[in-house]
Design a protein around this ligand. Sequence first.
Ligand SMILES: NC(=O)c1ccc[n+]([C@@H]2O[C@H](COP(=O)([O-])OP(=O)(O)OC[C@H]3O[C@@H](n4cnc5c(N)ncnc54)[C@H](OP(=O)(O)O)[C@@H]3O)[C@@H](O)[C@H]2O)c1
Length: 304
Amino acid sequence: MKTGKLVDKVAIVSGSSQGIGKAIARGLCQQGVQVVLNGREAVKLQQTKSEFQAEGHSVTACTANIRFPQSAAKLVNHAIKHFGKLDIVVCNAGVSSKGTVEDSAASNFKILVETNYLGSVYLSKYAIPYLKQTRGHIILINSVGGMRGMPYNSAYTSSKMAQTALGQALQVELYDFGIHVGILYVGFTINDPNKKILDIDGSWHLLPRRTNINLTKPESVAYSVIRMIHHRRKQATLTILGHFTYFMTHFLPRLSHWVAIWSRHLIRDQFTFIAKPEEVKLQPRNEDIRVGQNKYQQEDSTVS
Ligand SMILES: NC(=O)c1ccc[n+]([C@@H]2O[C@H](COP(=O)([O-])OP(=O)(O)OC[C@H]3O[C@@H](n4cnc5c(N)ncnc54)[C@H](OP(=O)(O)O)[C@@H]3O)[C@@H](O)[C@H]2O)c1
């Protein structure tokens, strides 16, 4: 029998059918939390749910695209319908893109802001009335890119900085209600083999596995989320690069600008650019596949 502070708590983890969200959901389940899994693709989500149930975890799954307010509300209602309460919301679902402002498809900015920022807004908004009853937690899965604007990654970094602002505002707005809001700045993490990102032209692209940077394990991110919940921490930063960026942006902001200027080619060529693998010294995990027509754009267009 599971014992501990989190036993029988109820959590929603958005974007938990793969990657970091899946690791967070599993970590919470191992603490005895009942978890609502979420993603857009029903088949993948169902597979994750079956995997978790086979491990003996108490989970349910809700297909919902958190870019849309009514879908975020549906996700919250699903949790209440199945488990009768809500203690923890982890706003994890996120997508990324690469490229300069000038060259990137305009739609990339819209998709990223709607997913990474508005998705967190909507989920928090509809969860707050229930979290007031449990004095629960909102955890925002942010990024080192949410600390300062990163070149060649502006759509992502803008959406994550907006999520930082959301978290800071919520920390004050929800103070009197005893709701804890934690912002977790995650660094480069081992990607799920199915992770796709938006290329400059607006098409989805499998992200090659990075070999040029030290990567955190998704399980370490999950561990940090659990610690953040236990200690009701307002923010935490992962990886050495994350701590370095935090220090520079907060204590030496002018120097941090010049460091970004001096290392701009490194950032462009090694950290953010999608091009032929040999050009960026990345090793492709699979074939360098273009996923082609953006099916999520099609799916999204059917939702009002
Ligand atoms: N990986 C890293 O190095 C890294 C570093 C810093 C921060 N982060 C942050 O960590 C979070 C997770 O990243 P990840 O690397 O695990 O990504 P991932 O492997 O691409 O997984 C994203 C998850 O979110 C779901 N999702 C995407 N858009 C959604 C939407 N609109 N509505 C509902 N679900 C959606 C995906 O499922 P479907 O495709 O089925 O919707 C999937 O389950 C993101 O917020 C990301 O910004 C990642």
